[in-house]
Design a protein around this ligand. Structure first.
Ligand SMILES: O=C(O)c1ccccc1N[C@@H]1O[C@H](COP(=O)(O)O)[C@@H](O)[C@H]1O
Length: 219
């Protein structure tokens, strides 16, 4: 992953088009029924067709059963999976092997000891996504909460696999996040929305521009 921008939680042709036109490298589709960004299989199929050849397509799953993964693969033909639940390294490796797609494993970060989990996924996942820990409490989503964590925790981090920074990013803070962490990949969902699940084409464009400018400043 190098100078990569991912826009996640896209659920309409118009907002997907905004992400593709802005030059997003990866686009994400959420398959998690409780999420305001969840796409059913028919919508996902159409969106995935729209993105094919223009960006890599990521299907986001949360502690999914094999049958649900198989349904998502059949309909959306994703290029990668993002696993955003409590999947163990063994489960991540099994999904990667069974479905023949690279896996991005999301890990929640709140404090330095949380980064100890990184090592366990070194041989199981292809990439990591470092996200804020979700809030405690019934009904909280495992991600997509617009919360950031202390990016200084990542300074000097050199995991054995590439990582993507996520959690609470938006067009106004992504440049600082890239500058501070040195991250070569960023991911956003709620920071380019007007309300949960409703993406804003202008914010999508502004996010991609701001991330690209920050990457360019670094080289
Ligand atoms: O977006 C969701 O609804 C979601 C549901 C379940 C798991 C993860 C989810 N979102 C992902 O979380 C990160 C961070 O999101 P945000 O930018 O802080 O809103 C991102 O990868 C989302 O796609």
């Amino acid at each position: 992953m190098d100078n990569l921008v991912k826009i996640c939680g896209l659920s309409t042709p118009e907002t997907l088009d905004a992400a593709l036109s802005a030059g997003a490298d990866w686009v994400g589709f959420v398959r998690f029924a409780r999420s305001p960004r969840h796409v059913d299989l028919d919508v996902g199929r159409e969106l995935s067709r729209q993105a094919r050849g223009r960006a890599l397509r990521v299907v986001l799953l949360v502690d999914a059963e094999d049958t649900d993964i198989a349904d998502a693969v059949e309909a959306l033909q994703p290029d990668l999976f993002q696993l955003h639940g409590h999947e163990t390294p063994e489960r991540v490796a099994a999904i990667r092997k069974a479905f023949g797609r690279p896996v991005v494993k999301a890990l929640g970060v709140a404090e330095a000891p949380d980064l100890a989990a990184v090592e366990a996924y070194e041989h199981a996942a292809d990439h990591l996504l470092l996200d804020a820990k979700p809030p405690r409490g019934a009904g909280a989503l495992p991600g997509g909460n617009g919360l950031s964590f202390d990016w200084r925790l990542l300074v000097g981090l050199d995991p054995g696999l590439s990582f993507m920074l996520s959690g609470g990013l938006n067009p106004d803070n992504v440049a600082e996040a890239i500058r501070l962490t040195g991250s070569r990949a960023v991911d956003v969902s709620s920071g380019v929305e007007v309300r949960p699940g409703i993406k804003d084409p202008g914010k999508i464009e502004a996010f991609v521009k701001a991330a690209r400018a920050a990457y360019a400043d670094r080289t």
